[in-house]
Design a protein around this ligand. Structure first.
Ligand code: ZN
Length: 296
């Protein structure tokens, strides 16, 4: 399908634990083809993904926004690897190396949530701001962070989902589901933690169920911690749990109550839904590709 008259395309991979979303497009805001494959063992998943890209034409660069933990140290020989994931078969998988070799193209690589943060920052809810946090609450809880217009990596990448909250008295009996910390944020408010303690997804609980205020309180503590440590302007809350009717409004109200008017930037902190909906991650991966091309 290589057509010499057609300019090369940017390629994007949103690598998740259950599916890989693949896309190509001529620019970061234009997806011309998209394909979803199930995540199986690395060899077959990566071979299927590479074959699809090969069928799309010439690729100028590829961006990968991946589940983790991942290695992002540019001086590391393991840059672009998934490292110690609990997902069977994927520990020490050289994701960036595979796609770089398969497509003979420069590779941009970051976490799935940093990718989504980048897309919301440049194309979505964060336009005009200089700082943004993207939090997804679903089967897990992850967060990506942009400060002073730069993705935050630090020694590796933030793990916002593993902040330790203050437990309300009405929720002390539940031990939490995080295999590492028990009752960290992820262990208390991800979808499986909600089902473990109340038997149903949050969206299926009656409107007067105490779970709504409990989950909103934890999320407000998370927002409060982000504001207190980073003064971030825009907090984008996405993922399946955030689709619960009224939850975003509860989180906003509770965050304001916790802050008690103290923070100097109070009027500039905003808690919003993703403007790009489910597309933040794949557009973010296209941006990682574009950035890699410009840096190549
Ligand atoms: Zn944890």
């Amino acid at each position: 399908m290589n057509d010499p008259a057609r300019p090369p395309l940017l390629a994007a991979v949103e690598a998740g634990g259950t599916k890989f979303v693949l896309a190509v497009g001529p620019a970061v805001d234009q997806i011309t083809a998209r394909h979803v494959i199930p995540t199986r063992m690395p060899a077959e998943t990566l071979a299927e993904a590479s074959a699809w890209f090969a069928s799309q034409g010439a690729i100028s660069a590829i961006g990968i926004a991946s589940f983790g933990p991942v290695e992002l140290g540019t001086g590391s020989s393991r840059w672009g690897w998934i490292t110690n994931t609990p997902k069977p078969g994927w520990t020490d998988c050289d994701l960036a190396g595979h796609f770089g070799r398969a497509l003979a193209a420069p590779v941009g690589f970051d976490t799935d949530v940093n990718g989504a943060a980048l897309a919301e920052y440049r194309l979505g809810a964060g336009r005009g701001a200089s700082s943004l946090a993207y939090i997804t609450v679903g089967t897990g809880l992850g967060g990506g962070l942009i400060l002073e217009s730069q993705l935050v990596h630090g020694a590796a990448h933030p793990e916002i989902g593993h902040l330790l909250p203050r437990r309300p008295a009405s929720d002390l009996a539940f031990p939490g589901t995080c295999p590492h910390h028990g009752d960290c944020m992820e262990g208390l408010i991800c979808g499986p933690a909600i089902i473990a303690r109340w038997g149903k997804p949050l969206s299926d609980l009656p409107a007067d169920h105490p779970g709504h205020d409990i989950i909103a309180d934890y999320l407000a503590q998370l927002c409060h911690s982000l504001i207190a440590t980073t003064a971030v302007e825009i907090m984008v809350l996405g993922g399946g749990v955030m689709k619960t009717q009224g939850l975003l409004e509860r989180v906003r109200a509770r965050t304001a109550a916790l802050g008690n008017g103290y923070f100097p930037g109070t009027a500039r902190h905003r808690i919003v839904a993703p403007a790009l909906g489910e597309m933040s991650g794949i557009h973010g991966a296209l941006m990682l590709a574009s950035d890699a091309l410009q840096g190549a």
